[in-house]
Design a protein around this ligand. Sequence first.
Ligand code: HEC
Ligand code: HEC
Length: 135
Amino acid sequence: MVKKGWLVFPVLVAMGLGGLSIHDKVYAKQEEKPKFGKNLQVLTFVKSKEELKGWMRMIKTSLGVDCDYCHNTDNFASDAKPPKRVARVMIKMLLTIRQDYFSFPNAPQPTCYTCHQGHKKPINEPSGGFPKGDD
Ligand code: HEC
Ligand code: HEC
């Protein structure tokens, strides 16, 4: 017991003396880690909270919905709402469209709005349907 006590003492002194710098180092490491996106599966390339916000604002405006259409706003990481799970597939599709078909110089960047135009579901055909027959 006595021996253990003497071992603990120098350790405590060392922690006390070095405490600030250890704390600073740990804090700096936490700062480097993104404080957003606990459950990002497709937007994994996103580098900052601002960039993620940009995507979410684009998505929200494109579909004409609020954040809570897809999110439990107390836990944004949750996948409980079905539209969020569909949206993930849609993001994947959009990234593929951009990479495979819009990578030429000065290519425009399609968005969710390109198809959705402010609707939850894009309108897939004209209101009167497609013309039938020869005309
Ligand atoms: C149409 C559905 C949809 C809407 C609307 C939407 N989001 Fe998202 N959001 C997603 C999807 C899908 C992901 C996960 C993306 C991934 O897996 O990479 C996500 C991820 C997030 C995350 C990261 C959560 C985590 O920890 O993993 C945050 C924060 C977030 N959204 C905030 C918002 C905010 C704020 C709004 C409103 C401005 C919004 N979202 C609107 C679909 C949506
Ligand atoms: C190439 C066209 C296209 C693009 C781009 C597109 N979508 Fe879609 N989306 C569709 C179609 C088509 C449907 C199916 C609509 C239906 O069921 O009638 C759909 C359905 C959805 C649904 C399900 C709606 C529901 O209530 O069932 C969500 C959510 C969605 N899209 C989100 C997104 C998001 C987010 C993006 C951008 C990352 C996006 N979409 C980009 C074509 C597109």
